[in-house]
Design a binder for this molecule. Structure first.
Ligand code: DGJ
Length: 725
């Protein structure tokens, strides 16, 4: 039984082969956290809760001065009840008070995990997950809180979420709806986050935990390129290859908070959920509210171990089902080739070259609709620009299909240009606050996706294009953050819901469209990796990783995102030089090697390439296709942390092959001697170095390693290929 209930229903032990998670009910009332780590055979309380009469402590049982919520490791908590640490929930009643008294009442255990109403969540068969649902009740106000724990059988993963229910006839407001809280009995950790900005996403930041609150968050309306909704606690000695990691990731695409509090008596509280700032939800009598799901991963063998778990979890339980095992095509995207300057003739010339060199998917990016000549106009006017494309999207699609390629189209559905017919007709559809002019960003406003009329309009518009354009692929872009977060469609007491309703409205549209067009490949994009989160990846199988296509920058960005996402979820294109974002010149070989670390494609004007370049590109595409299964479905490991000179090394390994991509970054004069242990090859096998007759045992390659030769040049890659004998 993966979830054991012992001690007369007072101890819950969630256990699989890799991990244990233990909770107990104290005083028949409070749900406490007792252990989360390597699997233990049983839990009999050898680590007792420490009850000490502390200064400033308050006591729910006045006589018991040792029992205080302020030092108890709690699975959920609020403010003003005696626990002064960060709360996981806050509910305000009509008297404006936030005190509650939730008491453990009962629990339920069942196989599988249900979908969450209106929100994306990980998907698993009944034999893959066991669920524990613990019910807490506040009798005074008639409120119920259900803490859901979903234990995966074959992975060191438990996911959590909360349901709030109002059984009374009085309206309350939820002002903080956390998805998880856990109190870990140590403070000796490093705090790991993925941070960045537009064109510089996913920098790995690691700092020592210190006293007090450490927090990352988004208040931008999307998960944002600034912070991934992810934090991890690492033992201070943890590396890529060894040591314990406790990781937390939120399946949500809007404002979030992810925080830890190192408290006074040596424990660390972790809390994750919707950002409580600028959030309020009216919970009327008889209604319920579901929080997003939060993922908890335990790893005992370093960050690579953690990444293996996330990669398997997300590819097998999050990625839309039709794409879990489906190969991804090699892409040619028109953006960096033509930007807005597209015509039918240019598309045809580009598509002709693309088909000749082996491209499988031709993607027409921004600029094809309305009167779009630049980014100041036409978002919302999703009709063909007949001046540019006399035969419309249908004509382009037929032309591309005739050449034997798939056809994909760019949209930015969530936006509206002031300079558009849609805005003339529906100025009320933009997010806005009465009496104020909404703020433009990239000369565009954001549609109020919480409005059902807007949702219906977008579903209909996309459905028409998917049909008439026979689209095989959609790039779904989103290029500004939310401001003026008000809706003309909701009453004043619900304005605090608008940001969350935006996200659930978006999920509704995505759910409907991807359900109706299950074979269309959707690529998520928010100026690159600006909304690359597990919420979006439930609907879209891949993400445009960054608007930065420079090889050196991409090596860092893709390495960062690889902590959580497998390479098959990250689109990566070879672009022109000098690179359009940073001006750097790198070789075509280097650009291709780094792009092969993701879903491979090109984004440059092939009609301007000379014959030699086209021949090289053709060969690169052939190489990629020959190894596509390895790159897209093999295991991915980081063989070194990114060094100060941007050196990095990736390993792709499957049953038959192993490819190492080493990137030297900046050359150094006094270069140290370098041996690279491959660490993760199948220990029982021998491998031949492709192109030679040299055969090595895996143990030699794993432990002794291969030599990295001296490279007297910047930005060079080495691609080393071993075949299992
Ligand atoms: C931002 C995207 O990330 C780019 O790839 C491109 O699609 C532009 N938007 C188009 O406006």
């Amino acid at each position: 039984m993966p979830i054991r209930v012992e001690n007369n229903g007072q101890t819950f032990h969630l256990k699989n082969d890799y991990m244990s998670y233990v909770m107990t009910v104290e005083k028949e009332k409070y749900l406490t956290h007792r252990y989360w780590g390597r699997a233990i055979a049983s839990f009999n309380g050898s680590r007792q809760l420490q009850m000490i009469d502390r200064g400033f402590a308050t006591n729910p049982f006045a006589d018991d001065r040792q029992f205080s919520l302020n030092s108890l490791p709690l699975e959920t908590s609020t403010s003003q009840n005696g626990d002064h640490r960060i709360p996981n929930y806050v509910i305000r009643n009509a008297n404006q008070h936030i005190v509650t008294d939730f008491v453990f009442t009962d629990y339920e255990i069942y196989n599988g995990k249900p979908d969450i109403d209106g929100l994306p969540s990980l998907e698993a068969r009944d034999d893959e997950v066991t669920t524990l649902a613990i019910r807490l009740v506040d009798q005074t106000q008639g409120l119920v809180m259900i803490l859901h724990y979903h234990l995966f059988e074959k992975l060191p993963v438990v996911t959590r979420r909360v349901t709030f229910e109002n059984l009374s006839d009085k309206t309350v407001h939820i002002e903080n709806a956390g998805s998880l809280q856990v109190d870990i009995a140590s403070v000796d950790y490093d705090f790991l986050t993925l941070d960045g900005s537009h064109t510089d996403e996913a920098t790995i930041n690691r700092t020592r935990l210190r006293s007090g609150i450490q927090k990352i968050e988004s208040r931008r309306g999307t998960s944002s390129p600034q912070h991934q909704p992810f934090i991890a606690l690492l033992e201070t000695s943890t590396t890529e290859f060894s040591g314990e990691v406790r990781a937390f990731h939120l399946v949500y695409s809007g404002n979030f908070q992810a925080q830890v509090e190192v408290e006074q008596y040596g424990s660390t509280r972790v809390q994750l959920g919707i950002n409580a700032e600028e959030f309020s939800w009216q919970l009327t009598g008889g209604s319920r509210f579901e929080t997003p799901e939060a993922v908890m991963v335990f790893a005992s063998d370093g960050l690579n171990d953690m990444s293996q778990t996330f990669h398997q979890l997300y590819q097998n339980h999050l990625c839309p089902e039709p794409f879990r095992k489906q190969e991804r095509p090699v892409v040619l995207n028109t953006w960096e080739a033509n930007y807005f300057d597209i015509t039918e003739a240019k598309c045809e010339a580009l598509a002709t070259k693309a088909a000749e060199i082996g491209i499988e998917l031709f993607v027409l990016d921004d600029g094809w609709f309305g009167h779009r000549q630049d980014d100041t106009t036409s978002l919302g006017d999703w009709f063909d620009n007949r001046e540019k494309l006399p035969n419309g999207i249908k004509g382009i699609s037929e032309m591309v299909h005739r050449k034997g390629m798939k056809f994909g189209l760019w949209f930015e559905p969530e936006m509206i240009s002031k300079n558009s017919q849609l805005y003339q007709k529906h100025p009320d559809w933009a997010l806005q606050v009465k009496q104020y002019e909404p703020t433009e960003g990239r000369r565009q406003l954001v549609l109020d996706l919480g409005n059902i009329a807007v949702q219906d309009y977008l579903i209909e518009m996309l459905t028409t294009h998917l049909r008439t354009g026979s689209l095989d692929y959609v790039k779904w872009d989103m290029n500004r953050h939310l401001t003026d977060i008000g809706s003309l469609n909701f009453p004043s007491q619900q304005q605090g819901e608008v940001a969350h309703r935006y996200v659930t409205g978006l999920y509704h549209i995505l759910n409907t469209i991807t359900h109706n067009f299950p074979s269309v490949l959707f690529e998520n994009c928010s100026s690159g990796g600006g909304r690359f989160d597990p919420g979006m990846m439930r609907y879209m199988a891949q993400n445009w990783t960054s608007d930065n296509t420079d090889a050196l920058c991409r090596a860092k960005i893709q390495t960062g995102f690889s902590l959580l996402y497998p390479p098959i979820m990250m689109a990566a294109h070879v672009s022109d030089i000098p690179n359009h974002q940073v001006g750097r010149i790198t070789s075509l070989e280097t650009r291709a090697d780094i792009a092969m670390g993701g879903n491979f494609g090109y984004e440059l004007d092939l009609t301007q390439c000379d014959e030699l370049t086209l021949a090289l590109i053709t060969a690169q595409i052939e190489t990629y296709k020959a190894q596509r299964d390895l790159f897209q479905f093999g295991k991915f490991y980081r063989l070194m942390p990114i060094g100060p000179f941007f050196e990095t090394a990736w390993l792709f390994a499957n049953e038959t092959d192993a490819i190492i991509i080493y990137f030297n970054g900046l050359a150094r004069p006094a270069v140290p001697v370098k041996y690279l242990p491959l660490r993760y090859l199948d220990q029982t096998a021998t491998y031949r170095l492709v192109g030679t007759n040299d055969v090595y045992t895996a143990s030699e390659l794993n432990f002794s390693g291969i030599t990295i030769p001296r490279i007297k040049d910047d930005f060079k890659t080495l691609r080393v290929h071993f075949k299992k004998c």
